[in-house]
Structure formats: C-alpha cells, structure tokens
Design a protein around this ligand. Structure first.
Ligand code: NAP
Length: 313
C-alpha cells in the first residue's frame, strides 16, 4: 500500500543513521549509502560494532539524546526488537526504512504511525535484475503452475546467527520471505497459503525447513524452503504459462524464458532500495506492503509442526 500524505519538502542530502551494524549493513547498506548522493551517512547505531568516520551510538536512545541532526534512519537489526526502534525514530519525526522482514509480527508493523513521515517496508529481492522483466512478461499470460525452490546452507550464509532460529527470527522463512516477496511482485493475482509443513529442530524455536502449497487463484504454487542444503544452492522460481516457462534464478538476478537467458538491466538491489526510499521521502509517501509477511504468518497459523533433529552450528 502506498499512501500520499504531504507535499514534497525534503532537501537533499538526507542525513541518515544506519541502525544495526551486522552482516547486511556492512555487505550492502554501507556501500549503497556511500554511492548515493541523495544521502550522507550521519551516524551509526550498534551495541558492539563501529563504523569509521561517523559518530557512533550504542542505541537509538543515545542517538536521540545526542541532539545530532538526523532526517531518516535505516534499520537493519534482526526483526524482533525493530518495532521499538522504529517507533522511537518516528516519534522524533525521522523517516524510517525497515529491512526485510519489516517486523516480527504483522501487528507491530501496522501499529507504527508514520504521520507525515515516510515509512518504507523494504523488500530487497524485488529490486533483483529479473523481477520487473518477469512481472511484465507474466502480466498477460495464463499461469498453469509455479514452483519456488529456496534452499541454502545456514551454516555458510548465517554462521552463528542464533536469532534466526529463535522465536521471531522466522527460521528458514528469513531467506524464504525473499522468494515470497518476488512471487507476490511478479504474479498478477493474489497468493494465499493452502497447506504448510514446518520442521522445527528439537532445540530451536523457528523452522529449519518448510514446504508450502500456495494458491494463485485456482493455480497451485509449490514452495520448498530448506536451510540445510548441502551442495548447489538454489534460489529459483519457475512459472509455467500458456506462452512458455519463465525461470528466475539466483534470487531473481538471472531470468530464463524457455531455457534462453534474457538480457537484464542491473542497478543493484540495495542501490534500488535506497533510490526508492529517497523518492518516497521526496514525494511525501509511505510504502507499507506486508503481503510477504502475511503469507509467512499464515504458514505458521495453518502449518503442521514437525519436530526434527536438533541443530547446532
Ligand atoms: P546480523 O549479522 O546478526 O546483524 C544484525 C545486527 O543487529 C547485529 O550485528 C547486532 O549488532 C544488531 N542487533 C541489535 N539487536 C540485536 C539482537 N537482539 N540480536 C542480534 N543482533 C542484534 O544479521 P544480518 O544478517 O545483518 O540481518 C539483519 C537483517 O537484515 C535481518 O532482518 C535479515 O533478514 C536482513 N537481511 C540479511 C541478509 C543476509 O544475507 N545476511 C540479506 C538481506 C537482508 P550489535 O550487536 O552491534 O548491536
């Protein structure tokens, strides 16, 4: 949902504080912010990490107490605990961008009240190179079936991130929600969850694998999510239509149609997100789309829970 509440008033560059300096902040946010003239990195906020060349604060309360001039914050902490940070930032009159997933629950995101500020629930995978092309190609085709295969090795990609397998961390849906963010962006109709199976390690509070049967109208969409994939990793979505088969690979970075690779524009996922955030701020709008998180919540609501082998790093 995009809402338009006020006239554009914001002068560039946007004085941005980045909150939660972990893997994704260092790998993607900091380079994207540095490369975008719409922003100046005004502060970093993290309990244990430090970013050179800018003021650093332990938490948002310390940032607020400092009186530093800030226009916007980008929050890249784990989802559990984001709400309090986002609410504090909005109360200061700061614009807020939330990493995916935008919160640990639907209700806590809906409870955020941006007023005349911008609130942006970002979905980085929707900025992958193939996604807009796939959406346009699928728009006027009849879809026969679709399949999502999202299988990665948690030990390789998320070493030591215990929060992912704790309640509120979403488990295998932490990467899997990226697939759902793409599927909800490229398929022309709405998706809903018909069946789900969630595998919980005996010693953890979030699933390590899941299989879903989704429906797109009457069309089945099967999703296999696995956090214990050894060997080749897959982040693929395949859509069979009356006009051929479309496959997105590598989280949407590559696109085949009937096996033929398609030429794609590539602006980068995080540069695209920060461009979108700056445009939302400039035009006085919010963009709060909870559809991927709704599907995850519904999978938890309807899913059969199975206990599987304990997980250790
Ligand atoms: P991470 O490496 O664990 O970093 C998160 C940082 O947030 C931590 O380093 C920690 O820094 C801070 N933090 C604040 N409260 C925390 C808490 N209660 N538990 C743990 N850390 C806390 O995680 P990440 O991989 O960057 O993921 C962060 C968010 O980005 C998640 O929502 C994830 O879904 C999303 N994301 C991750 C990736 C990826 O490939 N890793 C890709 C896209 C999006 P301090 O200890 O210094 O406060």
């Amino acid at each position: 949902m995009t809402t338009d509440r006020r006239a554009p008033v914001h002068p560039a560059p946007i004085r941005l504080a980045l909150i939660g300096i972990g893997k994704i902040a260092r790998d993607q946010h900091l380079p994207a912010i540095a490369a975008d003239p719409a922003y100046t990195l005004a502060a970093a906020v993290s309990r244990n990490a430090h970013v050179d060349g800018v003021p650093n604060f332990h938490d948002i309360e310390a940032l607020i107490a400092s009186g530093l001039a800030i226009d916007a914050v980008s929050i890249a902490t784990p989802p559990l605990g984001r709400h309090v940070i986002a609410a504090a930032a909005l109360a200061q009159g700061w614009h807020v961008m939330l990493e995916k997933p935008p919160g640990a629950t639907l209700g806590e995101v809906r409870a955020l009240a941006p007023g005349d500020r911008t609130l942006f629930t970002s979905w980085h995978s929707r900025h992958a190179a193939g996604v807009a092309v796939a959406r346009a190609w699928l728009a006027d085709r009849r879809i026969a079936r679709a399949r999502i295969d999202w299988r990665e090795d948690i030990r390789h990609w998320h070493p030591g991130q215990d929060w992912i397998l704790a309640p509120g961390g979403l488990g295998v849906f932490d990467p899997g929600i990226n697939a759902l963010s793409i599927a909800t962006a490229i398929l022309p109709g709405r998706l809903h969850v018909e069946q789900a199976r969630l595998d919980f390690p005996a010693n953890r509070g979030a699933p390590i694998a899941a299989s879903l049967t989704l429906k797109h109208g009457e069309t089945p969409v099967a999703a296999k999510l696995d956090f214990l994939q050894a060997g080749p990793q897959s982040w693929d979505i395949m859509v069979e239509t009356d006009g051929g088969t479309l496959t997105l690979h590598d989280g949407g970075a590559r696109l085949d149609i009937d096996g033929a690779a398609q030429a794609l524009p590539d602006g980068g996922e995080y540069p695209g997100l920060y461009r979108q955030f700056a445009e939302l701020i400039a035009s006085g709008r919010s963009d709060v789309d909870l559809t991927p998180l709704e599907l995850v919540a519904d999978a938890f609501l309807i899913g059969e829970h199975h206990k599987v082998a304990a997980f250790d790093w």
